[in-house]
Design a protein around this ligand. Structure first.
Ligand SMILES: Nc1ncnc2c1ncn2[C@@H]1O[C@H](COP(=O)(O)OP(=O)(O)OP(=O)(O)O)[C@@H](O)[C@H]1O
Ligand SMILES: [Mg+2]
Length: 491
């Protein structure tokens, strides 16, 4: 592991202050046990509860009080240069006295050349100390280590239950692959839960694993895990989009990169309100057969004033750990239309998003939806950002008939009892959402009459509706005109 070599080199070079941000204390200790096998040094650990304990051989505990000042004094006075792993120590460095003491050790004033390692989930230091510290990222366990964790937990279960654990080997490999990105304790906790649920490890455990992993990674709270993806069978009139996705599925999911074809990166779905963009986004995840994660772009600004960019960065980084997945940015124009009144935040957000989209290597397929093109920044629409911009238009007659049939059936009405072409003709200019609404309102009216709705009831409901395409004719026409020649029709 090159990380160990790095740590060993740092210790040999007598680097005075290291910072490691992790919750995986055990892993830090293991790493340094390897380090001292190469670079012989006494290894100490400090925690608030145990104080200083020597780890490299069992010697009686140091006769030092647990408090920060006594601890630092003891370290400074230690004649032999040592490695000190100080867990959750930074939070206790509030006083000038302790900061000073630490700085003196680090600067080797009347002190041997120790290496101090501050470890914690998040280590924050006063500026002067930060300048002296070297932050080392601790890598996460790799596939081999994760597989070992899974084996270990399986064996533990078998010992406890006195029988074999049912393991589907293919599923186990997939599970291990999907643990990548988690720390060892998190991975272990999840695997244990999956095993103890039902005494088996199989493909049915995958959704729960993804959910647990998602919960751990979604620290910013900006991502939503969408349990229900859809199938293209649920969306009428997007045949071209469906075929586009189907043709790219194999390359997107391939374990090894295709020598010729770049994996697909994402699409923008532009279109008239209520025509099925959101539904199509879910169907894309269903079509690829991967989890769907929605980024709440609106909340990016509301909830975390001042932290906007940091949260976006964290959220996007989390999606990479969930890959392969679809990242859905619904109504992207709402998150980007700052208009220069927000101190440039939305410009920086756009800049970060564009860079991330261009440079990410992980298999995160972006589906952005929008229904107002004039609010979209030109940079986002430029060729090459998205693989394709699809236009989801108002449904044509045939598609309307299919939407009627779909939604009648969904509400337990037999489409054979209706004249679908006549309904489609009467629904000229209606969106899918409006057609669905007309059926729902016919159902309510009919419930009052005590009979299921028939053709005339649905026609009456259509007649009573003023579709958006009429109310907002100019906007809809402008959008369609813009899309001409710039977008690919989804239908
Ligand atoms: N093409 C379609 N096929 C089947 N159902 C549709 C279609 N279009 C719309 N619907 C119905 O209307 C509902 C709303 O559609 P959806 O939310 O996907 O539209 P949208 O284009 O995302 O609208 P908005 O721009 O308002 O977000 C869907 O859940 C579905 O029930
Ligand atoms: Mg929508």
């Amino acid at each position: 592991m090159s990380e160990l070599e790095d740590l060993t080199t740092l210790v040999r070079a007598a680097t005075p202050l290291l910072v490691i941000e992790t919750v995986d204390e055990q892993r830090v200790i293991e790493c340094f046990r390897h380090v001292i096998a190469q670079a012989l040094r006494p290894l100490w650990r400090w925690t608030l509860t145990d104080g200083l304990t020597r780890l490299d051989f069992s010697a009686p505990g140091a006769e030092v009080a647990n408090d920060v000042n006594s601890t630092l004094e003891a370290i400074r006075a230690a004649p032999e240069r040592g490695i000190y792993l100080l867990f959750d120590f930074d939070g206790l460095l509030g006083y000038a006295m302790s900061q000073r003491q630490l700085r003196e050790i680090v600067q080797r004033q009347r002190s041997a050349a120790h290496t101090l390692v501050l470890v914690g989930a998040k280590v924050t230091l006063p500026e002067e100390l930060e300048a002296l510290a070297l932050r080392v990222p601790l890598s996460l366990p790799d596939l081999k280590e994760l597989a070992a964790i899974l084996r270990g937990e399986a064996l533990a279960w078998q010992r406890e239950h006195g029988r074999r654990l049912e393991v589907d080997n293919d599923a186990a490999r997939t599970l291990v692959r999907n643990l990548v990105g988690l720390s060892a304790p998190d991975a272990r906790r999840i695997v244990r839960k999956l095993i103890y649920n039902d005494g088996a490890l199989n493909a049915q455990d995958l959704p729960e694993l993804m959910q647990s992993k998602f919960d751990l990674l979604n620290r910013s709270g900006l991502l939503h895990y969408e349990y229900a993806t859809a199938s293209f069978a649920d969306v009428a009139g997007v045949a071209k989009l469906r075929d586009w996705v189907a043709r790219r599925r194999a390359v997107f999911l391939a374990a090894t990169p295709d020598p010729v074809l770049d994996p697909p990166k994402g699409v923008l779905l532009l279109g008239v309100q209520g025509c099925g963009k959101s539904l199509a986004a879910k169907a894309i995840a269903g079509g690829f057969g991967v989890p769907l994660v929605r980024l709440d772009f609106g909340a990016l600004y509301d909830k975390y004033q001042g932290e906007t960019e940091k949260n976006l960065r964290e959220a996007l980084a989390s999606t990479e750990l969930l890959a392969p997945c679809v990242l859905w940015i619904d109504e992207i124009e709402k998150g980007l239309a700052g208009g220069g009144e927000d101190g440039g935040v939305s410009r920086r957000v756009l800049g970060y998003l564009l860079t991330w989209m261009a440079e990410r290597k992980a298999k995160v397929f972006v589906v952005a939806t929008a229904n107002a093109v004039q609010e979209l920044p030109a940079e986002l629409l430029r060729k090459g950002r998205f693989d394709e911009i699809f236009f989801v238009d108002l449904p044509r007659a045939e598609v309307r008939a299919a939407i009627f049939a779909m939604h009648l059936k969904r509400r337990q009405l037999d489409p054979a009892g209706f004249d679908l072409p006549a309904l489609a003709a009467a629904g000229e200019g209606f969106s899918g959402a409006e057609i669905e609404q007309a059926i729902v309102s016919a159902l309510y009216d009919a419930a009052g009459n005590g009979a299921p709705p028939d053709q005339s009831a649905v026609l009456a409901a259509l007649k009573a509706t003023h579709p958006l395409s009429v109310l907002m004719r100019e906007q809809v026409d402008a959008l369609r005109a813009w899309a001409q020649g710039r977008c690919v029709a989804a239908d």
